[in-house]
Write a protein that binds this ligand. Structure first.
Ligand code: G3H
Length: 525
């Protein structure tokens, strides 16, 4: 119980619909942290952080109506507004959001157990993402601030919004990844219904006012509660144009199934992955161990980009296991705000047992726990187990563990890990460790067709956010990056006119009079 802070409770009955922060008078649900504190009787227990509304389908449809009215089938104030005015609203928002940094960082630590440095990084990276999105949108706008002429037709081509977005984010990046969907979606002129993730929900509460004060009514609507109660009725209405979800494919598929007009539904999805790390015989082991530690265990492996299975050449496997398991055992476990802490409590109450089950299953089928502390379990943690050898009969070979367990396989022929990648259900990224370009070169050529990012002597990761983040097969639909997300949430649309005196005069007048926000050649500085 060392070093536990007093947590300030957030009991919120507020939600945002149609520009109004309303008071929910239905049932609430408590929000707990898996970080333990002492209860009134002196027993260790999970910490009550506060409560949120447990909303239902009826209010979900009200939020949808508000977003639908604000979009007004493309006729609303927001989708027809000048780009510079939408940017102004987003700037107002980001300035207000910055004021909640301390509270949001504190809640990230308590709600999802992310360590302080990473919680601060999540907040700061999100602010930077918003500024970068504004700049990228200005760029996009500048590139459209002109006319093209082809085959006797003038064209003024821009990107326009798609409609109403349902935005659902994940618990591991409850602020950053949700905003990586929401921010590009709304700046492009769409309107949104947004429900925060199950864990990492209270940290949205301090932002309700900022959303309300920065955007016209109905542009952003925020609901709280269980996804399975709120999202299906919204999808069933057929009024959602884009499902923007970072989470599990099972949720994405069942929500798509609810939509009556699937052909009209665009998908922006970040889903599961089982990114492999492949260590070639000539890899620099010190560097490889360092990258594999951060790749497998940053935020306890709860990252879609985490390295979730390691293939190590049999000629170096003993050395690798020795160095890697010592490095794992040296990692500091503690509370998120403690100095130099790397491993922290898991927010999902059933996760430690799930990880233990994976370990037990592998061990029962012939694997061993290589590191001394591996598999030590407590109420909110299971110390990372380095498992070796691992084979296809074991659950941990196939399942996306999304937690602290590291399966390792030794290989003799590089075709073994390559075949696994080719037959995998996932295709996000790979880390390739080695030096000899004669070996690396051809491997890169194939790997680039199996995943969407080949990390050379580096762990897998999403950032920097300026680079494309996507995946093949079950890992993603659409591409997210500062630039690509603006494209994912918009469609090309244009004004065309045959080249004749009559039309040219009208086009000239349109441009000079500023009667249209769309036909506009203003250069945004
Ligand atoms: O959960 C998946 C995240 O997109 C990973 O992002 O690589 O920046 O941790 P990251």
């Amino acid at each position: 119980m060392k070093n536990v802070r007093i947590v300030e409770k957030t009991n919120s009955d507020a939600y945002l619909i149609n520009g109004e922060i309303k008071k929910w008078d239905g049932p609430n649900s408590n929000v707990y942290s898996s970080i333990q504190t002492l209860d009134i009787d002196g027993n260790k227990t999970q910490t009550l952080l506060g409560s949120i509304p447990d909303m239902d389908g009826e209010v979900a449809l009200e939020a949808l109506e508000s977003a639908d009215n604000a979009f007004k089938r493309g006729q609303g104030e927001w989708p027809t507004m000048k780009v510079k005015d939408r940017i102004k609203c987003m700037r107002t928002f980001v300035e207000k959001m910055k004021l909640s940094r301390d509270r949001i960082v504190e809640l990230l630590m308590w709600e999802i157990g992310k360590n302080k440095a990473d919680s601060e990084k999540e907040f700061d990276r999100t602010i930077e993402y918003i500024y970068d999105t504004i700049e990228a949108y200005k760029d996009l706008d500048r590139n459209s601030a002109n006319f093209k002429k082809n085959s006797g037709i003038h064209a003024h081509i821009r990107r326009g919004p798609l409609g109403v977005i349902l935005c659902l984010g994940p618990y591991n990046y409850p602020l950053n990844e949700t905003f990586c969907l929401l921010v590009p979606a709304i700046i492009m002129g769409n309107t949104a219904v947004f429900k925060p993730a199950k864990h990492g929900v209270l940290l949205i509460v301090p932002l309700l006012k900022a959303f309300k004060e920065s955007f016209p009514p109905g542009v952003v609507n925020i609901l709280f509660g269980r996804g399975r109660k709120i999202a299906p009725p919204i999808m069933r209405s057929g009024k959602i144009d884009v499902l923007a979800l970072i989470g599990h494919s099972s949720s994405a598929v069942s929500l798509q199934d609810e939509h009556p007009n699937k052909n009209r539904l665009r998908l922006v999805l970040g889903l599961e992955a089982k990114n492999p790390g492949i260590v070639l015989p000539d890899a620099d082991l010190n560097l490889t161990i360092k990258e594999c530690i951060s790749g497998t265990l940053s935020f306890n492996g709860q990252r879609c980009t985490a390295l979730k299975i390691l293939f190590v050449h049999e000629s170096i496997i003993d050395k690798f296991l020795d160095l890697f398991s010592k490095a794992v055992d040296n990692l500091k476990f503690g509370l998120p705000w403690e100095k130099d802490v790397f491993l922290t409590p898991l927010p999902e109450p059933n996760k430690p047992n799930y990880i233990k089950d994976l370990i037990d299953d592998a061990v029962s089928k012939g694997s061993r726990i290589i590191n001394k502390k591996g598999g030590q379990i407590s109420e909110n943690y299971c110390f990372p187990a380095v498992l070796y050898p691992v084979d296809k009969s074991m659950r941990v070979y196939h399942e996306e563990q999304f937690g602290p367990v590291i399966p390792i396989i030794s290989y003799n022929d590089i075709s073994e890990p390559m075949d696994l990648m080719a037959s995998s259900e996932y295709g996000q990224q790979v880390s390739l460790f080695g030096r000899d370009i004669k070996k690396i070169g051809p491997l890169i050529d194939t790997m680039a067709n199996l995943v969407c990012r080949v990390n050379l002597n580096s762990s897998c990761q999403r950032g920097p956010d300026i680079y494309p983040f996507t995946g093949r097969k079950n890992s993603a639909v659409s591409t997210l990056s500062v630039h690509d997300a603006l494209r994912s949430f918009s469609i090309r649309t244009f004004v065309a006119a045959k080249d004749n005196e009559y039309n040219n005069e009208i086009l000239n007048e349109l441009v000079n009079s500023k009667e249209s926000n769309f036909v506009n050649t203003e250069y945004l500085l």
